[in-house]
Design a protein around this ligand. Structure first.
Ligand code: NAX
Length: 328
């Protein structure tokens, strides 16, 4: 009998939480025979709604759910967890400057990083979804000195999935035909979805979609602005697709990579000219021993290098503002 994998989810009563928890509980994240224990974390005003979500989880009678913990106490919420999915964060409100947002969320991620450091398993892996996710992840990582930097991730898989579908639609093929599509840089409109190294079937994307102007001037901004397009259409931000990307990210980090590479924001050691010490999106694969590595040998054009450098520059600026405010 397998021991449960213990997963903490912050912002568990929010929109993404509501789309995510049922998929974890049903076995889609860790497999159909892997029990899970769910540590659901909310702030005090979210606890009533969280109780309702937990009631619904109970009412699904999922056979894989070993335990459900509901708490606003981080020392309880992160106790002995194997995974910490940091989804909750404070949204930008009207009149709030970007710097204010970095400072407010920065404090939250200092606290969560410290609690993960003190209470989680030393093998814990942390995936930050709450925005600005790259910088929040960096702050949590810095606040958890006993946890190796390689165990911290932020999410660009939704951007990868969005990019693949855009290319598939344009080429008139099924989305599973699109591979090797890495999103580079910051999870923000400045991200760069690298169509030049992506494939459709066995062909280069640029040999199938010959319209360079479409790729540069329509595809790239469409992917970057997709989050806003969803808000405009739905009146609420992406939730089910974001939760789906969380499931994809954790599943693919938990298993050796067989085929395609994947985009994940990880600690940079200077790969491909990215500034060392930031959390930036890079192409990764997981080896047979379960260790992730940045894919080597990707050839980037001058155009790609320029796009990626601009996105990484934005991350350096976010770090400076946030670290300045937090005294890190
Ligand atoms: P919601 O506002 O629906 O839910 C957030 C929940 O987090 C609320 O229930 C709130 O009470 C809780 N919360 C706030 N601060 C908390 C704290 N310190 N500890 C624990 N819980 C806390 O937002 P939702 O639509 O679920 O989105 C969550 C976050 O994901 C946002 O920051 C959003 O910007 C971000 N996203 C990131 C994406 C990515 O690809 N990385 C894509 C989707 C999404 O935009």
């Amino acid at each position: 009998k397998k021991a449960p994998i213990r997963v903490a989810v912050t912002g568990a009563a929010g929109n993404i939480g509501y789309a995510l928890l049922f998929r974890i509980a049903s076995g889609q994240m860790f497999g159909p025979d892997q029990p899970v224990a769910l540590n659901l974390i909310e702030i005090e005003p979210g606890m009533a709604a969280l109780r309702g979500v937990a009631m619904e989880l109970d009412d699904c009678a999922f056979p894989l759910v070993a335990e459900i913990v509901q708490t606003s106490d981080l020392s309880v919420g992160f106790k002995d967890v194997d995974w910490a999915l940091l989804v909750g964060s404070v949204p930008r409100k009207q009149g709030m400057e970007r710097a204010d947002l970095l400072g407010i969320n920065g404090k939250v991620f200092v606290g969560q990083g410290k609690a993960i450091n003190d209470y989680a398993k030393s093998s814990v892996r942390v995936l930050v979804v709450g925005n600005p996710c790259n910088t929040n992840c960096l702050i949590a990582m810095k606040s958890a000195p006993n946890i190796p930097d390689e165990q911290f991730f932020a999410m660009t898989r939704l951007d990868e999935n969005r990019a693949k579908t855009q290319l598939a639609h344009k080429a008139g093929v099924a989305v599973k035909e699109v591979s090797e599509l890495c999103v580079w840089g910051n999870h923000s409109p400045s991200m760069y979805p690298d169509f030049e190294n992506a494939k459709i079937g066995r062909s280069k994307v640029t040999d199938v979609i010959l319209d360079q102007a479409w790729l540069r001037d329509t595809f790239v901004p469409t992917v970057g602005q997709r989050g806003k397009a969803i808000i405009d259409a739905r009146g609420a931000s992406s939730a089910a697709s974001a939760a789906n990307a969380v499931v994809d990210t954790v599943r693919d980090l938990s298993n050796p990579t067989r085929g395609d590479l994947h985009s994940v924001c990880v600690i940079s050691n200077g790969e491909y000219g990215s500034p060392a010490g930031i959390i930036t999106s890079l192409p990764i694969r997981v080896d047979g021993a379960g260790k992730w590595r940045v894919v080597e040998g990707v050839k980037l054009s001058d155009y790609a290098k320029e796009k990626i450098a601009a996105s990484n520059q934005e991350l350096l600026e976010e770090r400076e503002v946030a670290f300045g405010q937090l005294g890190l």
